[in-house]
Design a protein around this ligand. Structure first.
Ligand code: UT7
Length: 343
């Protein structure tokens, strides 16, 4: 009997279990230039001691002038593809999570498609700020689970240095540039991405934003002179929300797959501030040595943060095949997400 063209699509009434989805390769890329806290002391009224004590950040990477989000995303993607043994033509879909696209349009995912030779792939960007990578993983997973696609490339890439106000000491010490990527594929095995959950609260959209450059305040002399094309943040408010939202998301993800924090070998959170990670670990009951931290070297790289951390932790052997890991993120929107993965 010939196979119907829709044979792979999941019938909602079918009893067949959904296809499990695995991360079969990860990759990351950070630019060469290192900006240390001592360098920032020369730019704004700050000190290495304040930055380390209040944030845990020691240095961050800054992209070269001609190095764009799509260049960094493509480098991370090629490394993930190499590890997965996947060629450009094998990829069905590219999702790029970013709040610093090369241009408002076309999508940075399309520019990456061309750079990695993924000619067959559909490509789009999605924006959920620092939560973007996990939102993109969830979307990619759904396309695979439904049988629509087999191989999805998910990327988090940012050139935050272009929207950082280098005269504002309360934000310019926090951010950096870089990219991370993961290749998602279905497999016959039962483990893989066990659960994901996402959330948002638009009522607090004003505590972390870039006001201008969109339809509300298009670029004008006034928007530029008012420094409205830079990121603005009410730090304390964001801090409090980050801790609560990440705790809630992490607990929901664990509950959904009937696990407790004791079952988890490694927690990989969004890398914004060491004090947020310590408060989160404390509330979840996880010792800090279970929590992967790289913000001391990269600062906050928004959508790329958790993707870079996942790649580094996997390559460093922080968890083994079969281990359970918990990813949890938070960002502007407000948005948050968590995922439990059996590696
Ligand atoms: O990726 C999305 C998620 N983002 C986050 O989660 C970031 C969350 N927020 C934070 O991480 C923290 O709120 C910050 C690191 C941004 C700020 O830390 P804080 O402990 O909340 O400091 P603060 O804003 O309350 O400022 C305390 C003092 C102020 O001085 P006064 O008013 O007490 O005299 C600031 O002006 O620290 C001053 N300050 C600085 N001093 C030296 C703020 N930034 C700096 C600085 N260097 N860079």
């Amino acid at each position: 009997m010939t196979k119907s063209p829709t044979a792979n699509l999941r019938n909602p009434r079918s009893k067949a279990p959904p296809r499990s989805v695995h991360i079969v390769g990860t990759g990351s890329y950070v630019p060469q230039r290192v900006l240390r806290n001592a360098d920032l002391e020369k730019l704004v009224d700050t000190t290495d001691d304040w930055i380390v004590t209040r944030t845990g950040i020691r240095e961050r990477r800054i992209a070269a002038e001609n190095e764009c989000t799509s260049d960094m995303g493509a480098q991370a993607a090629l490394r993930a593809m190499e590890q997965a043994g996947v060629r450009g033509e094998d990829i069905d879909l590219i999702i790029c999570a970013t709040l610093t696209p090369d241009m408002p349009f076309p999508a940075t995912a399309c520019l990456i498609q061309q750079k990695i030779g993924a000619k067959r792939a559909a490509a789009f960007d999605m924006e959920a700020a620092c939560s973007g990578f996990l939102y993109a993983v969830e979307i990619g997973q759904q396309f695979i689970t439904s049988g629509t696609y087999n191989t999805v490339l998910v990327i988090g890439a940012e050139k935050l240095s272009t929207i950082t106000d280098w005269e504002d000491r309360s934000t310019c010490v926090l951010f950096g540039d870089g990219a991370g990527a993961a290749v998602l594929r279905s497999s016959g095995q039962t483990h893989g991405i066990l659960t994901t959950c996402m959330g948002a609260d638009g009522s607090q959209s004003d505590i972390l934003l870039m006001p201008a450059g969109g339809a509300r305040y298009p670029a004008s002399k006034e928007s530029v002179s008012g420094r409205m094309h830079y990121l603005k943040m009410a730090g304390k408010e964001v801090f409090k929300n980050a801790v609560v939202a990440m705790q809630t998301a992490a607990e929901e993800a664990l509950r959904k797959c009937n696990l407790t924090i004791q079952d988890i070998q490694c927690v990989i959170p969004h890398q914004a501030n060491i004090r947020i990670l310590e408060a989160l670990a404390d509330r979840l009951g996880a010792p800090m040595d279970k929590v992967y931290v790289n913000l001391d070297r990269y600062g906050n790289v928004s959508a790329a943060s958790v993707a870079i951390a996942l790649d580094e932790a996997a390559r460093a052997g922080r968890f083994q095949r079969g281990d359970l890991i918990l990813l949890v993120v938070f960002g502007s929107g407000l948005t948050w997400a968590a995922a439990v993965i059996q590696w």
